[in-house]
Ligand binder design. Sequence first.
Ligand code: ATP
Length: 760
Amino acid sequence: MTVRLGILTSGGDAQGMNAAVRSAVRAALDRGAEVYGIYEGFQGMIEGGSLIRPLNWDSVGGVLQQGGTILGTARSPAFLCREGRKAAVRNLLLQRINRLVVIGGDGSLTGAHILRQEWASLMDELVADGKLEPSVATEYNFLAIAGLVGSIDNDMCGTDITIGADSALHRITEALDAITSTAASHQRAFVVEVMGHHCGYLALMGALASGADFTLIPESPPNLDEWEEKMCSILRTGRAVGRRDSIVVMAEGAQDRHGNSITSAYVKQVLTQYLEEDVRVTVLGHVQRGGSPSAYDRVLATLLGAAAAEAVLSAKPEDEAVLIGIQNNKIVHQPLIECVEQTHRVNTCIRECDFEEALQFRGKAFRDSFRILRTLIRANPHPPTPSKRRLRVAIMTGGAPAPGMNATVRAAVRLLVDNGHIPLGVKRGLRGLINDDIHELNWMSVNGWAPTGGSELGSSRKHPQGTELYTAARVLEKHQVDAIVMIGGWAGYQAIHRLYEERHSFPAFNIPLLCIPASINNNLPGSELSIGADTALNSIMEVVDKIKQSAVAFNRCFIVEVMGRYCGYLALMSAIATGAERVYLHEEGVTLKDLEWDIDLLKKGFQQGKRLGLMIRNEAANSFYTTPFIAALFDEEGGDLFEVRQSILGHLQQGGNPTPFDRILAARLAWEAVRRIEEMALRRQAKSYAEVDAVCLGIQEGDVKATPLYMIPRLMNVELQRPHEQWWMELRPVARMLAQPGPGYFRQTESGGAGVAQTA
Ligand code: ATP
């Protein structure tokens, strides 16, 4: 029996849908299945004919960077009726399709679930009507479905994030950054409305990432009936303390505690009346759905697409329809209908004003972010409590600059000040500590830092030695420092570890020591992700997208070298995000045999019409087979078939404004640092401290966790400056599978297929 899989996108489009389609199609072809694209969503299924047609490896080439969906999407009223679904079943069976990957929102996934439930009875009706051969009905007696959530709103239960939400957040943050600068120039107030009927994710995270002054989300309307007064008083106080811009970010589904809708026009009217200011409204609208998908969305959609094809091809008749999502950084399969029903329950909670329950459904990360936002957007901090000890916390950045360092400092400073503590900014990391370059920071001294790249405090790779340790200890004593927060990369971690090791000689180091991971390389212990890596990945991806366009015109192969030192995270992830056919990692090594194999594949590809070659090489992949060496070798071997160019991306990877993902990560880690410092200080007061008051914080399985500092040497390959365990290494098979058709593909194409992928 032929195994045929159909794939469709439905409902509102979302960036990243194409990456999911590409990956599901290629994964299915790789397993030897035949794949049909169902164009225009469920409407295409109902109409059939040329709207259901075969896809091959190259039909989904070159689509990774495209927004929207190459399959088209539609809202189909006809599919809501049984007659419409009956026509759909007939058209699917005409092509012998009984396995579906459906990419859409909760409506589309509900439709898919209903289709599966009715499959047998609709087939019986078709047989009775004489429109279906009984033998076909017997052979294809079940429908297997895997659903992926493509929706910018991030409003679906069963997955921590939906395909498209991160890209929409990129659009929102870019817009908010731009509006902030014009608002500040004119001292204007802006009301910015973002998408989200029942879900405040985009408004909340957009406000957190951009440093807005007030936010309105459906899940948690302002407490008071007189919220208008409260909003105006926050904005007025903000002006009084020197804020030049006033930005209110609101979800389109914002409402008050009684369920009455709050419109952006109403917020404008209130602000104009009470603030007596020039107030402008910007409704971001469909801009949020548009544009090229972010790196995160491309990688997420790629992994989910491959998992969906796998699930649907291995499904048995009795298996339920599944939703494939991501939870705690792991791909998960869940009963589709349960996720849909839970999503509807949240929407009901919001409609019925049960906000506590709605927030509970949204999960811990959402609730934590909301709590953090409520502090960060205050015009003024809470005054210190007289009975509470005010801790003096030194904050510094160390190692190479990583985008998001400033956002972390800003969040840490504000959260400390709001809790009554005194943040001390140390200039240029350990160098500033040794030179006594330390200054008190306050609420407003970090105003506007969230969107900026680099490090305002300045950074260094200083590793304290000999008498410098004594000097550093004296400076800490002089400033009566109670705790140190190091926001940095490996050099910063090493410096703090050195202080930790010297605790027995210098009591001044015997204070809480916290490291927050900030490095584009993502090579730090105790964290799956470090601040700055997402920004660097997006910077690489944007450049490579342009390089790919230029390469096509000349039949070129590009060797692109990316940073990471001995850690291949940026290389592998950028290869997945850009569709590179080969990635060279230090972790895997590079041999002459590999290079010969790659030359062979390139030659075959270009002979068969390929126009572009893309290889990504980690900067330290191999000290002999350097980027210039590989480029020269390939160029020589390519002869007249193709040209080779190298591109060493360099420091552009360390620069740029942080992405929303990095800014949000910065806020979450800073919040946990402040919480822990308070906890450690209390424990010290009770004289029950232990070595756990020296820790590195990080994201592990979706949550913020702490790893004792003494474990660093055990967790790290110190010589190669990377952790022994790197979770992302598991993603290599997907990257490899998507780059080139495997034996499964050749088996199912009679002639052996095109032989080599012609497009990325
Ligand atoms: P978005 O989140 O962008 O709104 P969505 O998938 O929820 O995406 P909908 O318009 O709700 O978008 O649904 C898309 C299509 O799915 C509908 O036009 C319809 O064809 C089908 N569909 C939705 N709900 C059902 C249902 N209850 N029964 C059958 N089909 C449905």
